[in-house]
Structure formats: C-alpha cells, structure tokens
Design a protein around this ligand. Sequence first.
Ligand code: AHR
Length: 515
Amino acid sequence: MKKIYFMTFLLSLVMITASLAQDNKIIINADQELSTISRHIYGHFAEHLGDGIYGGIWVGENSTIPNTNGFRTDVLEALKHLEVPNIRWPGGCFADEYNWMDGIGPQSERPKRLNTHWGMVLEDNSFGTHEFLNFTEMIGAEPVIAMNVGSGTPREMQQWIEYVNFDGDSELANLRRENGRQEPWGVKYIGIGNESWGCGGNMSPEYYSALYRRFATYVRNYSGNSIYRIASGFSDARYAWTETVMEHAANMMDGISLHYYTIAGESWNHKGTSIDFGEDLYFSGLRKALWLDEYIKGHITRMDKFDPRKRVALVVDEWGIWTDPLLGTNPGFLQQQNSLRDALIAAISLDIMNKHSDRVRMANIAQMVNVLQAVILTEGDKMVKTPTYHVFDLYRVHFDTKLLQSHTEITNYKYGDEEIPAISITASKSESGRLNLTVSNLDPHNSRAVEIEIRGQNVARVRSGKLLTANEMDAVNTFDNPDHVVLMDFYDQELNGNTLTLTLPSKSVVMVTIQ
Ligand code: AHR
C-alpha cells in the first residue's frame, strides 16, 4: 500500500514539473541599456470607417449619450487612462479621398460626401480638423495627420498645414480663428500618403518616390514648429518598395511606414472568426503575429543600406489582427470581437517593436475604437474595454524607458507539427532605476515557470504585479459582461537574491516592476 502511495506521489511530482515547464531562463543585464522605447510605439489609429469615429468617439453635442463637447465621455476617460501618445487620422484608405476643407466651418453647413472606400455610407463631415485636433488635446495625445497624396494636391496639403500650424496673420490662419480656434495646434507628425502602392493611388515605388519628394517640399514649418515627415511604406515582406523609396527620398523623410495585419485564417478571403474559435486559429494567430519580427528585420536591412546611422524611423502605423467581420454587420465596417488571443497578439507585437526600438520609434494599432483590433467597443451608450485595452494599460510602464539587453532560453509551445516560443518578454529600465518586465505565456494549456536572473543591479523588492488571463483562449468582454477579461493582482512570484521566478498561468500576460 505504502509503495502505491509513494509511486502516486512521484508521478504527480513529475506531472507538476512537466506542466510547469520549469526550464525557461532569462538573464537580464540591467546595466546594459540599449535603445529608448519611445512611448509613440503605443499609438493608435482612428479612421473614418464604420463606427470608428461616428458613434465610437463622436456623437455630437445634442446626443443623449453622455458627451463632452460632442465626444463620448466614457471613451475620453478610457483613452486618457491609457495615456495614448498619438493618434493617426483620418485614414487609412479614407485619407487619400479626403478634402480637409469639407471638415471645417459650421457643422450644419459642411458638405455631405460618400465614403466611397468604406461601405459607400454618407459622411457628413461633422468630425473634421477642429474636432480631431481638439480631441487629441483633450486626451493629451499628439496628432498624426495622413495627407491626401492619391487624389489631392501639394497645394491642398500645404494649406491644411498652414491652417493648423501658422500663428501669424494669413487668410488661412484667420479662417481658423473665425472657426473658433485662436492658437495653432502645432501639429508635428505628417504622413505623406497611405498605402500609395494600393488604395492610395496604385503607384510604383519609383513614381511614389518622385511624388513624395514633390509633396515633401511643400510641408512647411510654421511658427517654430518642426514637422516630422512620414513616407508611405509597404506591408509584410514587400521589401523592394522600402529599398526604392529609401534610395530616392530618404533625405527628405523622418520615417517610413510599414503595415502588418495578422491573418489567423488561411487567406485574406478566409481570415478566420474573432469569436468561438479553437486552438487552430489561436495558434495560427500567434504564430503569424510573430512574423512581424522577420518583416521588421527585412525592412530595416533595406533601410540600413541608405541610412546606416538609423536617422529615419520605421513607423509601423497599422498593425493588429484582422478577422472576418462579425455576422450580421456591414462587411465594409470591419467590425470584429477582441479576445484573450488578440491581447496576446498585442503583447507579442509590442514586444517585437520594443526589441527593434532603435529603428521602430512609432506605431499605431489598427484601430482605436470599434474597427479591427480595437481597444474599445461601443454600442449605443454602452462601452467595453477589450482585452487588448488591458495590454496597452500594462505596457505603459515601458514608455520612454531603456530596453535592456537580455538572453533567453525558452521552451516551445507545440500545436500539431508546428511550434513557437512559449514565452515573450520586454525588459526595460526607467530613469529612476525601476525595472519593468512584461512577460507572456502563449501556451493555452500549461502554466510555465520563468526564472529571471537580474545582473548588473541589486534587486531589493518586487513592487507590483498585474495579470491578464481568462479560462478560455477565446474569452471576450461583451456589453452584458464587460469585466470577463480584466487585470488582476499577480502574486505568483518569488524573489531569491537577484533571481525572480514567475509562474505564469496558461495564456496570460504579466507585468511586474522591480526596484
Ligand atoms: O485599417 C483598415 C485599412 O487597412 C486602412 O484603411 C488601409 O490603410 C489598410 O489597408
């Protein structure tokens, strides 16, 4: 009898050890600071698309939905909490069809246009330049304006910039004053075209480079403001575009963009569902999100050829998971749910961009509210923060910190014949000396222990810990159950000298700070 008990005891020990997968080891060299992780990596994107602006941010002053000067108060508060560093607007594909003059002056007199790219719906232009720039001011974000290169002219672009940035006595600056804004906004970030190889004009890289130089010439600095010019880059692994545009126009830009959308399904025609999915779509979503690392490296290699000193930033100004639209919604509105899987996709994408922060100095999740991998969903007067929102909340600790050199020995998470690293991490150091760790366990079945040895700095105590997880890999927050996936306190940590062991629950993101 005793023997049976002993065998059972041994067996359970073996099982616990296996399910904890103890052999994840990370060495962090706290005295080896690498690049600065710019807070602008944590930017957002808001396009005139579906309910992204209307209903999601802007309801107008006469709405019964609680609002502050027409902006949803609940959304304003949620975004303020995230300390959103920048918002890119008005598109996307919409940007290259937009005439900024349609969106100024009394709202009732603004022309109604068709949003030809996104569902042919009526655009009443009640959300225009003043509304967008006032909104960014209210939440403390920097505006990023994507200019119309596809169907617009350099003159329209130049005049728009004068309108928002000139503080002297000119017709355009005075028009701004007549429209209610005395001081210029001092817009710094300007995108020159969007996907100019596709919806932004179907251009060749040679043609775009020449056009870019022409437009960039007329991006003037007014009233002491120095503009940061971002060229339209390609998506995924289309490196030839980056190479040509860098060759011909690098000297006239501060950044070039990259777009990467994670498609968990087999193709753009079958992107996969955002709800009620199994491990196949969970695994493939994570696996494909990890491709961002390869793509960033590929574009950086081409940029290095013409800009070895890394003056020009790689701006990942559209990223996130793109799924099939929710059943019963307008397919042109790109509405999808947002699950725990998507939160993990956000975490690993942010880890990848942090790792390349010597070149990636700005990024924008697509999109902010109600569209694609949104951090916020709204319906009427209801609002929910998605699991992705909570990842952005956790990752604020990395804003403007130093990326730390680290060495990892990570076990894999296997599914079928394929495998990916089970653990993803960002380690950074704040100016105060605080160490910030965000660590994710992608394994949906097993908790994993991670042993983190900190070298080059004495560790006194673990200051705080937060955890994001749920029982189901496709767990979502709904309007009826908005707090299903939320942040919790995290205690599963053990500090032994300078070695910290974290036990991460399956499919989780953990943040700890150490002093
Ligand atoms: O984010 C949706 C669309 O995706 C954007 O408008 C476009 O730039 C990209 O193709």
